[in-house]
Design a binder for this molecule. Structure first.
Ligand SMILES: [Zn+2]
Length: 292
């Protein structure tokens, strides 16, 4: 049975890696698309600013031509005032002078506003250009990184799939079926390591009797809370899959009941639902050993 448990742990490890690589491959293009959209938005903003600047320059040129024309007309009008032959003609020329002056003043004011706006646009451009340049570099960097991760993941996934296929025949079909059912119902995680009497996946403290049985490593046992297949992480046979150092107070066979974490009042924690047992699943055997 120990070998079967080891094969199941190996299978879970391969499945987890395959899942992560597939997830990365699926998310990579979306992340790239987001980065591309950010870059496009910046470039569009810069393009709009440049267009606005060109519009501003064109309007200024037109206004400058108009004010030059009005200034010329004002000078001509002044000459005509001197040459007026009678009071009626003089009044008419004066009236025209008023119109020219007020129009010229309005155009000059308009020109000042446009010049202010032009300066503001000009001041924004270098910052936006720098943002575009750095975002372009960041995008290129992100693109090559994501593509490399995806490529590496694809190669590793192919290798993991080969190993998986080679492993499957060594697992009895009924047990493999059980593994697949649990994995299907539990986000792909069928195996649950136990450390210090606690299921590492659902965080439930398993009953002492179950922990004692588990350490014998001679039968398949299920977590009373999450129903996953349990294994004692610090068993020497599973050292390749051990992800954390063995706690001081654990690991001496025969002293297992004392190794479990205790509650605040010193009592051993019972399997409970809620905070410490976020996953709720039927515990068919209650405190009894939940053998599969
Ligand atoms: Zn559990």
């Amino acid at each position: 049975m120990q070998e079967t448990i080891l094969n199941l742990i190996t299978l879970q490890d391969l499945d987890n890696k395959i899942r992560i690589w597939r997830q990365t491959a699926a998310e990579g293009p979306a992340k790239l698309e987001q980065a591309r959209e950010r870059l496009s938005a910046l470039e569009a903003e810069r393009g709009a600013l440049i267009a606005k600047q060109a519009e501003n320059a064109k309007a200024r040129r037109e206004l400058e031509a108009e004010t030059a024309d009005l200034t010329q007309r004002k000078a001509t009008n002044q000459t005509r005032q001197l040459k007026a032959r009678n009071s009626n003609e003089y009044r008419a020329v004066l009236k025209e002078a008023e119109t020219i002056t007020s129009t010229l003043t309005a155009k000059e004011d308009e020109l000042l506003v446009l010049m202010d706006e032009g300066e503001k646009l000009q001041s924004l451009l270098p910052g936006l250009a720098a943002d575009c340049a750095s975002e372009t570099l960041a995008f290129a960097d992100q693109e090559s990184t994501i593509r490399a991760i995806i490529k590496e993941g694809q190669l590793s996934e192919a290798e993991a799939l080969d190993k998986r296929n080679a492993l499957l025949p060594s697992i009895p079909p009924a047990i493999l079926g059980r593994y697949n059912t649990i994995a299907g119902n539990r986000d792909g995680q069928a195996m649950a390591p136990v450390v210090q009497g606690m299921c590492r996946i659902c965080r439930l403290s398993i009953p002492p009797q179950l922990f004692n049985e588990l350490q014998k490593n001679d039968k398949l046992l299920a977590c009373p809370n999450c129903a996953r297949i349990l294994y004692w992480m610090h068993h020497p046979a599973f050292k390749d899959f051990c992800t954390e150092p063995e706690p001081q107070a654990q690991g001496i066979p025969g002293d297992k009941a004392e190794k479990q974490p205790k509650g605040e009042n010193g009592k051993r924690r019972r399997p409970t639902k809620g905070k410490e047992a976020p996953e709720s699943a039927p515990a068919p055997d209650g405190e009894k050993v939940a053998q599969i």
